[in-house]
Design a protein around this ligand. Structure first.
Ligand code: S3P
Length: 191
């Protein structure tokens, strides 16, 4: 993992990410993957994809509805397919659902797809939980129905997020635009 470099990047000029053609944002629910990912894609003038939205489009229902009607296993299979599809693209920023790195196939996809940078957006469980509650809680994210079980998932996933990612960014005190800029800086400094 790298530390964050305090270097400014001209926000009007896309960074020369010579060796990276896909940026994948991972992390627990509420980490800001979709918001930051969309902003990062705009800065780079790349495509943005959110695997949850892809699953929703494919099934014509929300993630919560899919959990309720077909169960989590169906959602997970669909999530893997959408991740594989997204990783087939170039110049794309991908936000994946918080549970995606639990799946071995997904981790292998993330590790083995060339020119792919994986960024772990981290924050503590209370910070993330509070953000999710503000965003609608379990009605939007069924995994949050049981707060104790959700924290257990968080703790179990932390080592997986760390193992998958080449870079880690603490988002607890960052605005989404600042976080997007930091990710761009991290990647520009490695290319
Ligand atoms: C989940 C996270 C959600 C969504 C689904 C399951 C999880 O995505 O994929 O509700 O298991 O952590 P976000 O991380 O984008 O909220």
């Amino acid at each position: 993992m790298t530390t964050i470099l305090e270097r400014t990047v001209d926000s009007t000029t896309p960074s020369p990410l010579h060796t990276v053609s896909r940026i994948v944002l991972i992390g627990f629910m509420g980490a800001g993957k979709s918001t930051i990912g969309r902003m990062l894609a705009e800065r780079l003038r790349w495509e943005f994809l959110d695997t949850d939205s892809c699953v929703e489009g494919r099934h014509s229902c929300t993630v919560a509805e899919l959990f309720a009607s077909h169960g989590e296993a169906t959602f997970r299979r669909s999530e893997s397919l959408e991740l594989a599809r997204a990783l087939g693209k170039h110049q794309v920023v991908i936000a994946v659902g918080g549970g995606a790195p639990e799946n071995l196939t997904n981790r292998l996809l993330l590790e083995q797809t060339p020119e792919t940078a994986v960024i772990f957006l981290q924050a503590s469980f209370p910070v993330l939980f509070d953000r999710c509650v503000l965003q609608g809680g379990a009605t939007i994210r069924p995994v949050l129905l049981d707060a104790v079980a959700a924290e257990q998932r968080y703790l179990a996933r932390l080592p997986l997020y760390r193992r998958c990612a080449q870079h880690c960014l603490d988002t607890a005190d960052l605005l989404p635009e600042e976080a997007a800029m930091r990710v761009q800086e991290m990647l520009a400094s490695q290319s």
